[in-house]
Design a protein around this ligand. Structure first.
Ligand code: ZN
Length: 194
């Protein structure tokens, strides 16, 4: 092995060990900081559906550190969703408790869609007794799209039967519709797609 290669290897080893011992440079400090904040915030449950978190839902969009201040970006699930105020104050409270000065920014565009919800979140919804949103399929008929009603068969979260009927467009909250399973006869909420 040539001495040049040997010294190159030594140099590399030195660089690696330096990297491990040294404090991370500013940029990555900000990065790891915002990751830490993200981890903190991603545990905040949705006020209406406590089994899923705001990051599961896709409401938590971004965390940035700006001059010692944490800037959190959220996108509401439904405009005028009353839960958003609660989410905002939960975020501020959690960060304050952990010694952060924070600000919450609400961004409406791009608009939240049920596609932002993680598969894990949909599974948790089902276990909780709420039928998760079904990805918007192209409406079979124009009239269906116009009426805006979701006439597709929604699966019952209890018995998995798709033999269900719509009872009301509004369930326990505006973002859910009330269905009833014709097999197990139980009513259930369906998280509406949009
Ligand atoms: Zn059922």
């Amino acid at each position: 092995m040539s001495t040049i290669i040997k010294s190159e290897i030594r140099n590399r080893q030195r660089r690696v060990s330096l990297k491990a011992d040294q404090k991370p440079p500013k940029a990555s400090l900000a990065e790891s900081g915002s990751e830490m904040v993200w981890d903190l915030l991603s545990k905040i449950p949705d006020p209406e559906i406590p089994v899923i978190t705001i990051s599961d839902l896709g409401v938590l969009r971004d965390v940035r550190l700006e001059n010692e201040k944490v800037i959190v970006t959220i996108t509401p699930t439904y405009s005028g969703c009353p839960a958003m105020k609660a989410i905002e104050s939960d975020i501020l409270f959690t960060l304050k408790e952990n010694g952060f000065d924070a600000q919450v920014k609400t961004v409406y565009s791009p608009a939240w869609t049920t596609d932002w919800m993680s598969e894990e979140a949909k599974e948790k919804l089902r276990e909780y007794g709420i039928s998760p949103p079904i990805r918007n399929q192209k409406p079979p008929k124009a009239s269906l799209a116009e009426s805006g009603s979701e006439t597709r068969n929604i699966t019952c979260p209890r018995c998995n039967s798709s033999n269900s009927e719509l009872i009301s467009q509004f369930g326990s909250t505006a973002c859910k519709a009330l269905y009833r399973c014709k097999d197990c006869k139980e009513p259930f909420d369906y998280f509406k797609c949009h």
